[in-house]
Design a protein around this ligand. Sequence first.
Ligand code: UDX
Length: 440
Amino acid sequence: MRCTVFGTGYLGATHAACMAELGHDVVGVDVDPGKVAKLADGVVPFYEPGLEEVLQRNLAAGRLRFTTDYSDAAAHADVHFLGVGTPQKKGEYGADLKYVHAVVDTLAPMLERPAMIVGKSTVPVGTAAALGVRARERAKVEVEVAWNPEFLREGFAVQDTLRPDRLVLGLDHCRERSAWVQEHIREIYADLIAAEIPFLLTDLATAELVKVSANAFLATKISFINAVSEVCEATGADVTMLADALGYDARIGRRFLNAGLGFGGGCLPKDIRAFMARSGELGADHAVAFLREVDNINMRRRTKVVDMAARACGGSLLGANVAVLGAAFKPESDDVRDSPALNVAGMIQLHGAVVTVYDPKAVENSRRVFPTLNYATSVSEACDRADVVLVLTEWNEFTALTPTDLDPVVRSRSIIDGRNCLDSTAWRAAGWVYAGLGTP
Ligand code: UDX
C-alpha cells in the first residue's frame, strides 16, 4: 500500500518508519526542512531506542522517503495519516489544533482523486467530524476523515507501533465511502490483524475518546498511588510494598503504580487538561472534575521534593549546591516537555541554590528550555561537592549507582530518591541520609 504520514515528531516519524517496515511505500511529510533532511539521511532527530535501525533499513529498501512538498505527498497516496502535535494552548487548558488544521487546509485542495485523512494525533472529541467538513469545503474531490488513535509510549515507540495492544478505527458511518476507508486501513494493518491484534471498529467520537480516556485513566492511576503515598508519609507506611500488594489483584495490576515524582511528558498532563476543557465545552465539566485533583496531586509531588531538598540542606536552599540526576520526563527518552525532573530543578534554583543537572540523553533539550541551569556531562561532575543529590528520572545509569560511586565526590552524604528506584537499605547502611517518597 502507499501512504503518507504528516508530522515527523515522536509519533509521525515512528509511524512512517513502521508502516514502511510493514512493507508499505511511505512518504513522511514535515514543514521543517531540517527534520526532513535528517530523516532522509537516516538520522532520527530525537532519542528513541530502535527507531534509527528501522528508519535506515526502510530508506535503503526504497520504501520510505521524506519531503516538505505537500503536493508530492498528495499525489503519492490515497491514505494520508495525520501525526502532528496537539499541544496545550498557552494560558488555557484546551488543545491547540493549529497544526492539525494547517495540514488539512494545505493538503485538501491539492488532492486530485478521492482520498482519506486518517488521524493518529490525540484530539478533543468532535475534532474528526469537524475536520471532515473542513476538508470537504476545501477539496475538489471527495475526502473522508477517519480516526485511528496512536497509543505508543516514548521509549517503546517501535514495539508499540508494530505490536500494539489494540487497533482502534473510528469511521464516519454516515459517509458512503466509509467501507472503502475500512478496507484500506485493514489492508495497511493486515499483518497486525493476522497476528490477532484486536481491531476495534467504531465511530469517530468513540475513537477520539478511547485515546483521551486511556491517558486520563493512566494519569489517575499514577495520582492515586501518589495520593496514597502522601498518606504513607503521614503514617510511616511504605508505598512500594503497598503497591506490590495491590498489584497482585488482577483487577488492579501492578503497572503504573510506581509512586514518585509523578507524570509529565507531552501527553498525560496536556491530555487530562484538554479533556477537562472539552468536557466543559460540552456541558459535562462536572463529569471529569476529578481530573483537576489528579493534576493537583501530581503537581504537589514536585513541591514536596523541593521541600525535601530544602530540609536536606538544613532548612534553606539558599546558596546550597544541589545535584539533579535526570532531566527527561522518563527514562529512555530525551523529551523534557513538562518534565517533573526539570521542573523541580528549576524550582530549586529559584530558591537560591546552585543546581547542576546531568541526564544521559536530555541535556541538549533541557539547555534549550532552561538555559540558566548548570549542566554536567557525567554523574560525578554533577555531584561534585553536592550538599544533596536528587535522583529524579530512573535511568539505569542512576539505579545502578552505589554509595561508593558518590562517596568521594559529594560534600554531604544525602540523597533524595524522587522515583523510589534506589535500594534505600544499601544507601543507609553506607552512612547516607536517604529520603524517598511515601517510604519511611
Ligand atoms: C503516554 C501513554 O502511556 C501512551 O499510551 C500515550 O500514547 C502517550 O502518553 P508517554 O508519555 O510516552 O506515554 O509516557 P508513559 O510511559 O505513559 O509515562 C508518563 C509519565 O508517567 C512519565 O513521566 C512517567 O515517569 C510517569 N509514571 C509512569 C509514573 O510516575 N508512575 C508510573 O507508575 C508510570
